[in-house]
Ligand binder design. Sequence first.
Ligand code: NAD
Length: 450
Amino acid sequence: MNLTILEPATESVLKEIPAASAADVSAAVARAKSAFPAWRKVVPAERARLLRALADGVEQHLERLARLEARNAGKPISGARWEIGAVAGVFRYYAGAVERLTGATIPVAGGVAMTFKEPMGVVGLITPWNYPLYIASWKLGPALAAGNTCVLKPAELTPLTALELELIALEVGFPSGVLNVVAGTGLEAGRALVDHPDVAKIAFTGSTGVGKDIATRAAQTVKRVTLELGGKSASVIFEDADIAAAAAAVPSSVFDNSGQDCCARSRLLVHESVLDDFMNHLSIAVKAWRVGDPMTDVDMGPLISAAHRDRVSQYLEGAEIALEGDAPNGRGFWFKPTVLGPVSPSSRVAQQEIFGPVTCVIPFKTESEATEIANGTIYGLSGSVWTRDGARALRMARALDSGALSINSNSSVRYSTPFGGFKQSGYGRELGPNACDAYTEEKTVFIKTE
Ligand code: NAD
């Protein structure tokens, strides 16, 4: 079977590649397993050097990788360049972490105990199509730094940059078998990786439904699992906020990457007393949002596929459109940036992850009501609070059930800070100074001295 890789802006075929079968996954796991004993013994300084060389290699190929990512994922080339640059940044950050991966010595009765952070062995990494290489780097960086060997299964719609990365790793000197990429479907290659008895851990980013399937299947071999799943993040805009700034920030918070972003602010909770003012400002911002050919200077490209466009479209049936931007007609999986509302907090569009350029407005009256609405979904990944009252900002930040919160901004991810979800947005944390812990087993050794 082949994977037909499309360019969503033109619907033309970018590449046909063979789909990895379950047997291909087994072969990759076997390569990773045989590379592990030597790789875990590579001294930290050398592992760090190789990760820095990988970062340099990515930067040398930055323009080529960015163009490939932009065309295949339909994302604006400026964003793709930023992402590939950030991939190099992640590898450098975890090169620095290699030498900080220390244990502890603990005085205990009768002797001394010490702890080691041991690599797990072969780890399986399964990634989505929205930030293909960037999210792969969040897993590869700490997994390799900690001394594991990796089998990465990128999303079947966007595997091209991961396949390039595998070649770059070999080119810069990574031993063969340390970083393996298998491009296949979720049901065949993904499940084969999850079920494989020689895989110690699965790090997954994707939808909540698939995350549940993975956690259930991984339980059969008691694999370690970390899950970065869906979101339905809220921006809470209080009456004392800079309303113009809050409204101007909305398009990038939810239409960036065509809304195909787990942290997309797909609910706008607005204090009822400033709703009209907010909507007037938002209308200007939505109209100014430029949708078009991702290889040019635009804010947003198409959606990833025809099937995904159909899925997103269904959410508009029967919904009241408050504001709408423009999008090209004709070939390409285009979708107009859309603001729905006002909607009820319990409505389908306010509860389910749409994963497209669609947000909805929900008016509120009090801080406690805003907290209840913001926390009233199965998700808890990210969110924003807009207010000039510092105490309220912190009160809200503490009260919201979310892994990442931002005050007077929409920032969610930095590779130097932990990232992950509450509730059904997943478990475990990626990025930040402790990410290697998710790829190590802690071992205690006791030495009898008495
Ligand atoms: P998806 O869950 O459909 O697929 C993700 C990956 O899992 C792909 O590689 C796919 O091939 C694989 N897969 C599918 N079924 C599988 C199975 N049964 N067993 C093993 N692997 C399987 O997600 P998607 O559509 O690629 O991405 C969109 C979703 O990802 C959204 O829900 C979004 O919120 C989420 N996401 C979360 C984060 C985060 O950090 N929390 C980041 C980006 C995307």
